[in-house]
Write a protein that binds this ligand. Structure first.
Ligand code: ATP
Length: 474
């Protein structure tokens, strides 16, 4: 179950002692008495680390090191050298050994080096994600809003964080964050991570809708060298990369059914298996998932596994749409004005009464993201000390009052792409209708809708954002 370590050591007693010592620490250890035997085991045993003696009969340690590195340069190798062979040790480090020990081997020290090598390896893989995330850690205070639904949400978040800080094991419950697009689901996921006991570990994020199912599987679970044609080197999956931290699975409702089964196994057994591996790897990762899709409907329709859904929503948080947050709209607007004014080196313009009234009346299909974008544009274009209503380019002009009638494209309407355009229709109207039509026909399945429209899934997602489309727009 533990990580696999290959010991290449011709001194049988030392080899055995290393094996027993490391096995007691939970590692899966195999010993080979020669470099030749050890190298032959690489492909079958697929070690996570190699401990390699320098003085071996036949092929020497340095040559064996080169071969291990050629097999997979990601495997950390720790060399064991005889006394007084510092030059050799330096040579080994230059050839890519992670570390070295001199004989007689202190087993405790050897284990520390192994642990350190694994930590470093995992840290390296997490670097991209971790450092980027670390830079903009999210505080609970950055979740703006004093409206009753936002206060209730923040109280629940605090309760959850309090309970977690008392948690005696590592088994933090999964959290499902629901809400329309742009309501702040990712912000909540970050707040959960960066304010909780896992804050010093990686926050790794993956959008399940943005990559094809096969790629998603290897991104999530990683693969062994040779697992498929392009797998030239072992790759750690994001689950392993997030060790000790949080894996944020955005757009979970779009996850393929075959992958859902694997995710369920991860949640239930806390293990992952890299593609092409025979070994399960124990992991300690907290899952936060989010979606704008109606999960219960997906479950009913059979496109989302009920058992996974129940596992994921041990704890469920729902973000209210912006249109239900009352005066928060204005405080958020002022916050974004200040933010963008600072970015563009301007003094923050004030909203006129008319502008405020317009902001309050708009239905915000793109929610906080739309508000943020509208105000960025308004700040950028503002020439005086105020922002007035005409300067707010609210795309659709849809108001809360008009919302029930906001979908003129009824389910029975002919596909917009093939319908003759009405004289007053702009190109944008037509495009919006075509997108909505495809999304409606596929039950908001972004992949299928993209295929139907002949565009990529990313392009469709971009356009959904651009038009601020939500399920409510259907
Ligand atoms: N309560 C809030 N306070 C401040 N900023 C917010 C708030 N909610 C959302 N935002 C901002 O709005 C934008 C969209 O938020 P976020 O990406 O978290 O939404 P989302 O629900 O995850 O969207 P999607 O479903 O499209 O992935 C971000 O720039 C975020 O910082």
């Amino acid at each position: 179950m533990g990580r696999a370590i290959l010991v290449i050591e011709d001194e049988a007693v030392l080899g055995k002692n290393i094996r027993i010592y490391l096995e007691r620490s939970g590692y899966d250890v195999r010993v080979a008495g020669s470099a030749e035997d050890g190298l032959a085991m690489l492909d079958v045993f697929k070690p996570d680390a190699v401990i390699l003696d320098f003085n071996l009969p036949g092929l020497n340690g340095l040559e064996a090191l080169t071969r291990v590195r050629a097999f997979d340069s990601g495997i950390p190798v720790i060399m064991i050298t005889g006394h007084g062979t510092v030059e050799l040790a330096v040579e080994a480090m230059k050839s890519g050994a992670r570390d070295f020990l001199t004989k007689p081997v202190a087993l405790g020290k050897l284990k520390l080096l192994i642990d350190k090598a694994f930590d470093e390896k995992q840290r390296d893989s997490a670097l991209d994600y971790y450092h980027r995330r670390e830079a903009d850690a999210t505080d609970l205070a950055s979740l703006f809003g004093d409206s009753p639904p936002m206060v209730a949400l923040k109280n629940t978040l605090r309760q959850l964080l309090d309970a977690e800080s008392q948690l005696q094991d590592t088994d933090a419950p999964a959290v499902l964050v629901l809400g329309e697009t742009g309501t702040g689901k990712e912000l909540v996921a970050r707040a959960l991570h960066f304010n909780g006991p896992r804050r010093d570990k990686p926050f790794v994020e993956l959008n399940c809708a943005s990559i094809p199912a096969q790629l998603l599987e290897s991104e999530l679970f990683g693969y062994e060298r040779g697992a498929f044609t392009d797998a030239r080197e072992r790759k750690l999956g994001l689950v392993e990369t997030a060790e000790g931290g949080t894996l944020f699975l955005d757009e979970i409702g779009d996850m393929d059914l075959s992958l859902q089964a694997k995710l369920l196994k991860l949640l239930e057994e806390k293990t992952v298996r890299r593609i092409g591996s025979l070994r399960d790897q124990r992991v300690n990762v907290r899952i936060v998932a989010a979606t704008h899709r109606p999960m219960e409907t997906l479950v009913r329709e059979g496109s989302f596994r009920a058992d996974l859904y129940f596992r994921l929503c041990v704890f469920q948080l729902s973000l209210p749409p912006l249109r239900e947050r009352g005066a928060d709209i204005l405080s958020l607007a002022r916050h974004f004005i200040a933010l963008h004014a600072a970015r563009y080196g301007k003094s923050p313009p004030a909203l006129t009464r008319e502008a405020e009234a317009l902001l309050l009346a708009h239905c915000w299909p793109g929610n906080v993201r739309e508000l943020r974008n509208v105000l960025e544009q308004a700040v950028l274009l503002a020439t005086g000390p105020t922002i007035d209503a005409p300067q707010l380019s609210l795309s659709t002009g849809v108001t809360v009052q008009s919302l029930p009638h906001a979908a003129p494209e009824s389910a029975s309407a002919a596909p917009a792409a093939s319908a003759a355009p009405a004289a007053s229709q702009t190109l944008e109207d037509m495009e919006r209708r075509a997108l909505l039509d495809a999304l409606r026909q596929t039950g908001w399945n972004v992949s299928r809708a993209a295929r139907m429209l002949g565009i990529s899934r990313d392009t469709l997602r971009y356009r959904i954002d651009k038009f601020g489309l939500t399920v409510a727009s259907l």
